[in-house]
Write a protein that binds this ligand. Structure first.
Ligand code: GDP
Ligand code: MG
Length: 180
């Protein structure tokens, strides 16, 4: 079926956020269609890809995610931030610290030219919304204020919950539509 499509553009999407927020699981969910049974902490850079048809065009989507630990940042930055078409920022809705870290991640990306006025879109995902609401939970309202301030669309979802599976898919597809 693929040969019916003339072009095959490749889009590079990076996923950033603290270790443990679920970047690898979100990437796995989108590229492999399910929540991974086993995950190991990412060492350096994780890379997955998937082809999708958007508006009658076959696109190859590459998802890159990183370890998130400070000690890896310097060694990976050079090629990681090169030729990026879109950036996905992720926090864990049950982990306020991961939400507070977003400013540092935004600054890091801006240092590499990925700013709100660059033509590479940025979105924000609050992950693990399947977990019980604790007092620590980051509310959708405060996340929305933060997203508005930073000119990003906000989505809450879960890489794990089966009922959110289609939602994870539609978030990434929405982003890919913005890249047309
Ligand atoms: P990363 O360091 O950002 O790549 O995070 P991982 O994808 O490795 O996930 C870290 C941990 O969170 C793992 O134990 C996952 O099973 C768990 N996890 C990831 N996404 C979800 C989610 O949506 N819900 C729940 N309950 N757990 C999740
Ligand atoms: Mg990871």
């Amino acid at each position: 079926a693929n040969k019916n499509y003339k072009q095959k553009r490749t889009f590079k999407v990076i996923i950033v956020g603290d270790a443990g927020v679920g970047k690898t699981c979100l990437s796995f969910r989108f590229c492999c269609g399910k929540f991974p049974e086993h995950t190991e902490a990412t060492i350096g850079v994780d890379f997955r890809e998937r082809s999708c048809v958007i508006e009658n065009e076959l696109l190859k989507v590459q998802l890159w995610d990183t370890a998130g630990q400070e000690r890896y940042r310097q060694s990976i930055v050079a090629h990681y931030y090169r030729n990026v078409n879109a950036t996905v920022f992720v926090y864990d809705v049950t982990n306020r610290e991961s939400f507070q870290s977003l400013n540092a991640w935004i600054r890091e990306c801006e240092k590499h030219g990925l700013t709100s006025d660059s033509n590479s879109p940025r979105i924000l995902i609050g992950n693990k919304c399947d977990l019980e609401n604790g007092q620590e939970k980051v509310s959708m309202d405060e996340a929305q204020i933060f997203a508005d301030q930073n000119n990003m669309a906000l989505f809450e979802t879960s890489a794990k919950s089966q009922s959110e599976a289609d939602h994870v898919e539609s978030i990434f597809l929405t982003l890919l539509h913005k890249l047309q």
